[in-house]
Design a protein around this ligand. Structure first.
Ligand SMILES: Cc1cc2nc3c(=O)[nH]c(=O)nc-3n(C[C@H](O)[C@H](O)[C@H](O)COP(=O)(O)O)c2cc1C
Length: 210
């Protein structure tokens, strides 16, 4: 088959040969919503961290998925470890007003140390499960863990996983509801692009299905 002119073709992992200074893959998969994952360990110690390999996969019942890479030493990140141990997690939605706090919680603390405490984020109690959610978040899900998928990885020490959960409870601020509908421009969800870039939604257009 003939290649198209004015298009670059590259095989993932070989991007530098084509002039990219950094792997552009995540920029191509933009925007990605950010799932701010709350969990607890077996000793009820709280944890909070952002994950942008995140999305909804079904709505009846609502199910979400997020991707977790291992730490450089090959160990699982705290959110994954806690969720697999306890079977529960929360997922708070990051509005524009919370972007700095969200970023601060990406710090790699020792297992058992809480980003709620170190960053100074107020946690709210869940109704159906034990982990906290972010009290100032416009929306938060209470989730029950279903399964982990062991993903491919190029490096046997750097592992990749996807975790799936069912949303069993939803908290939503009355401030973002207008005429019975959620208005995203009122919380302006923060999404991750490539590199260190982010975007928010400030405008919406409607397109009815044919
Ligand atoms: C906006 C943002 C998105 C992130 N998305 C991911 C992701 O999808 N997967 C991942 O493994 N790490 C991601 N990280 C890095 C984790 O938040 C970071 O490794 C954190 O320390 C994990 O915390 P934990 O060990 O408490 O779970 C992201 C960081 C930021 C700031």
């Amino acid at each position: 088959m003939l290649g198209k002119t004015n298009m670059i073709f590259y095989e993932p992992g070989q991007h530098k040969e084509h002039g990219f200074s950094q792997d552009p893959f995540k920029a191509f998969c933009s925007p990605r919503p950010i799932g701010w994952i709350g969990s607890i360990d077996n000793h009820h110690r709280t944890n909070l961290a952002p994950y942008s390999f995140f999305n909804a996969m079904a709505s009846n019942p609502p199910q979400i998925i997020f991707g977790s890479g291992s730490r450089p030493d090959g160990s699982k990140k705290d959110s994954q470890r806690n969720i697999e141990d306890t079977g529960q997690f929360t997922l708070s939605i990051v509005g524009h007003a919370l972007k700095e706090e969200m970023n601060a919680t990406s710090i790699a603390l020792a297992h058992g140390e809480s980003e709620f405490e170190s960053v100074g984020i107020e946690g709210a109690a869940s109704y159906l499960i034990n982990p906290l959610w972010v009290a100032k978040a416009p929306i938060a899900f209470e989730c029950v863990y279903r399964q982990t998928i062991d993903l491919e990885s190029w490096d046997s020490a750097q592992r990749n996983y996807a975790l799936i959960g069912t949303v069993v409870g939803i908290h939503v601020s009355e401030k973002v509801i207008v005429n019975g509908k959620a208005d995203v421009t009122l919380w302006q969800p923060v999404s991750r692009l490539g590199y260190y870039d982010y975007a928010t939604i400030t405008e919406v257009f409607e397109m009815l299905r044919q």
